[in-house]
Design a protein around this ligand. Structure first.
Ligand code: DAK
Length: 258
């Protein structure tokens, strides 16, 4: 892999986008590596939670403008398809994904953070959807995920003004869950991932899916889906052991993921 670094810390995988000379802009090859890497992690039971971050002063400064600028409509379509697959691989990863937003998260970079489950930011983070200033609309789900995350009015202000917001503004609108000193961000993200990784794996995956159902289907279907996922956990030894331990007022045995 040319543009991604993959490090495992016990049950936590840390994926670092490593194209700092271009502020980690999403070129086609990088999108392809994201799709492959997240596809492989989906099949890796040893990975219980993922942290996604960027090398250097950016998380991701957006789609690769240099690559994009000369696109024919056909090439734009191919890029969009590749991007959609990469973003879907991140969003639908069974394991939770925490974005550790270390710097610029602009355009496709802000959208990539939004495709993650939880966002934590460094004080140096900047979030924005500058696309309309480039004559395009957000294309990797920003018009859908941003309003769901922060409400239509605030999303429209960001999208239509193209003005970035800083980490503290992002915290105030609920785009990120917490803001840390730059040197503390990655450790805090890994610590949260480790906390998640200690919980029952089947239940964690089912809970993530249950939350995501909401964005995708009508409420009735969501409730039914939640119920099915809830029921599925009852087929696991971990559920039996954890509930037994609660009733017996003891600490449960380590979770087995089955
Ligand atoms: N693409 C390509 N290269 C980029 C880049 C980008 N998005 N952002 C930065 N770089 C490169 C710069 O060109 C520069 O390269 P060299 O000149 O050194 O070769 C290097 O990274 C360092 O950047 P700067 O010198 O500009 O660094 P500064 O600290 O001065 O400024 C900045 C940082 C983040 C304010 C600035 O780099 C900037 O404004 N960057 C562009 C941010 C931006 O507009 N991002 C949104 C891109 S639009 C689609 C789906 C989605 C999308 C498109 C289509 N379809 C479905 C078809 C998404 C679109 C976008 O994301």
């Amino acid at each position: 892999m040319e543009y991604l670094l993959l490090e495992t810390r016990g049950p936590v995988a840390v994926v670092t986008i490593n194209r700092p000379q271009a502020l980690n802009a999403l070129c086609s090859a990088l999108l392809e590596e994201l799709r492959e890497t997240f596809g492989a992690m989906a099949r890796d039971e040893a990975v219980r939670a993922v942290v996604l971050t960027g090398a250097g002063k950016a998380f991701v400064a957006g789609a690769d403008i240099a690559e994009m600028r000369g696109f024919t409509p056909e090439e734009a379509n191919a890029y969009a398809a590749r991007g959609a697959q990469a973003f879907a691989a991140v969003e639908t990863l069974p394991q939770p994904v925490i974005a550790a937003v270390n710097g610029y998260a602009l355009g496709g970079g802000c959208e990539l953070a939004l495709a993650c489950d939880i966002r934590l930011a460094s004080e140096k983070a900047r979030f924005g959807q500058p696309e309309v200033g480039l004559g395009i609309t957000p294309g990797f789900g920003g018009t859908q995920r941003l309003p769901r995350a922060i409400g239509a009015g605030r999303a429209l202000e960001m999208i239509l003004s193209a003005r970035p917001i800083d980490a503290h503004q992002a915290l105030a609108v609920g785009l990120v869950n917490a803001v840390y000193a730059p040197e503390a961000l990655l450790e805090e993200a890994v610590r949260l991932a480790e906390t998640i990784a200690r919980n029952a794996p089947v239940a964690v995956r089912a809970a993530k899916r249950a939350v995501h159902l909401h964005a995708r289907r009508a409420l009735d279907e969501d409730i039914a889906g939640e119920g099915r996922l809830f029921a599925q956990c009852f087929a696991t030894e971990d559920q039996k052991e954890a509930m037994a331990a609660f009733v017996e007022k003891r600490t449960p045995a380590p979770f087995q993921g089955r």
